[in-house]
Design a protein around this ligand. Structure first.
Ligand SMILES: [Zn+2]
Length: 462
């Protein structure tokens, strides 16, 4: 990936084969889930390959829906939580409420010309779409409110970033100096040639600020425009503090194999998505929100459904197998149940044995269960997407370790994909290298936690 020569705390993450960018300053508020997609990790074909998030650029609907589901698994949301924009290069910003849940995804849009959205409702995933234009993210940690706006050259010259902040002030009392803001991946100045009329619009709007660095004229009479700088200018003038503003260093047009770019593809392209959602306020207190216990017989089917959502088909445990396991060894399940809804938010399960090394037969044969076994082969750690980011997976593991240690077990073993090794190390596991497992046709790391050595709360940050 080509990066421009400037500091940025934007990071590329990957989950389940789906890469996406995040901004550290937004993540550090601890109250949002967010991301910006790439063109990788999806199922679309040809010039839409593969993570196209547009229903209106000639893609098959089911492919686009699968792409949204994958983004949801990676970032942590259910597609039903989405609220989509209707972008037409205006500076119109919509106050999104609970009534808008699912609009543009599970139900048709009943609003139009919406390039920006704001909300203070937790659990609504705002989504806007891009292929060179500039995504603007806003988080007000004081009033617990967010905004997400699409700023192309027209939106920039109409200062949609400032309009978004003004709307947040009117709706939530937001003060710009509290806001954490980010300018996401979009076209860089070197790639963005504009004509005389666009240049004039910027010179008129930004006056002295529209100097050589924002806009310069070339011998051919055309101009190169810096939309990053222009949007930065808009946000700073509106009162956002420089130390609260993050700017991308990745250009869509410089990276056409990684990102969709309208310019680089002459319009033959899909859409990238920006996603921003406020999480529940009370989510921090896990004990208050969840009860932790063994599984009940009637919950085996629910556990199987959670497993289908959390793992791709080749890795997920079947319903029949889950029922067998839950019937055989219910005390080796630890489920987290949402106290408000009674719904299973996640679970951890395994089988005890005296065997010392992991083998795939444990996934399919509950008869291998030995109640007195000194080891537990862990078979799945599941947390539903809408409950991620709360530390629930870590809490399940911590409680599981405590419970099994008390029963006199010596060791927990598991296999995981390379991308999860760091996470499990943070929970007290050691990487034993590549496992003999060929489950789902993937390459697995075998990891073990010595229960006699992991008496303390594991370090790290999940
Ligand atoms: Zn570029």
């Amino acid at each position: 990936m080509k990066k421009k020569d400037r500091d940025s705390r934007m990071e590329l993450r990957e989950d389940g084969g789906v890469p996406y960018f995040i901004f550290k300053n937004l993540e550090e508020t601890g109250m949002v889930r967010h991301g910006f997609s790439t063109r990788r990790g999806g199922v679309s074909q040809g010039h839409l390959a593969s993570m196209n998030l547009s229903f209106t650029r000639g893609d098959e609907e089911e492919r686009v829906r699968e792409n949204f589901r994958r983004m949801g698994r990676a970032i942590g949301f259910e597609p039903e939580q989405l609220v989509l924009s209707d972008q037409t290069h205006t500076n119109h910003v919509r106050l999104v409420t609970e009534a808008d849940r699912g609009k543009g995804y599970t139900s048709p849009l009943d609003y139009h010309d919406v390039d920006g959205m704001i909300t203070d409702v937790p659990g609504l995933m705002l989504a806007t779409f891009y292929a060179d234009c500039v995504p603007l993210f806003f988080v007000d940690p004081v009033h617990r409110a967010i905004g997400l706006s699409h700023s192309g050259w027209k939106g920039t010259v109409q200062r949609i970033g400032a309009v978004t902040l003004q709307k947040m002030k009117e709706a939530f009392g937001t003060k710009p100096e509290d806001v954490r803001a980010a300018i996401g991946p979009s076209i860089c100045q070197d790639c963005y040639e504009v004509s005389e009329d666009v240049a004039q619009a910027f010179t008129a709007e930004f006056k002295a600020a529209a100097d050589e660095r924002m806009l310069y004229r070339k011998p051919n009479g055309k101009y190169q425009l810096d939309l990053w700088r222009a949007n930065e200018q808009v946000l700073l003038e509106a009162g956002v503090l420089p130390e609260h503003l993050e700017v991308t260093n990745v250009c869509t047009c410089c990276n056409p194999d990684m990102l969709f770019s309208h310019r680089a593809s002459q319009g033959k392209r899909g859409n990238l998505g920006a996603f921003l959602m406020l999480t529940e306020k009370s989510e921090g207190d896990l004990d208050e929100c969840f009860s932790f216990r063994s599984i009940r017989p009637e919950e085996a089917e629910q556990a199987a459904r959670v497993e289908q959502i959390c793992f791709p088909p080749n890795e997920a445990c079947t319903e029949a197998m889950m029922k067998k396991r839950a019937a055989k060894a219910p005390e080796l399940f630890l489920v987290a149940v949402d106290r408000k809804t009674g719904r299973m938010a996640g679970f951890l399960n395994g089988l005890s044995t005296d065997e010392e090394a992991f083998r795939d037969a444990f996934f399919t044969d509950a008869e291998l269960y030995d109640p007195q076994g000194k080891q537990v082969m862990l078979l799945g750690l599941d947390v539903l997407p809408e409950y991620r980011g709360l530390g629930l997976a870590r809490e399940l593991m911590r409680r599981y370790m405590d419970r099994e240690r008390e029963k006199g077990r010596k060791k927990l073993l598991l296999t995981c994909l390379e991308s999860k090794v760091n996470m499990y190390e943070g929970m007290g596991f050691q990487d034993l290298g590549i496992s003999a497992s060929a489950w789902g046709g993937e390459t697995w790391h075998e990891m073990a936690a010595d229960l006699e050595m992991t008496g303390q709360k594991p370090e790290g940050n999940l």
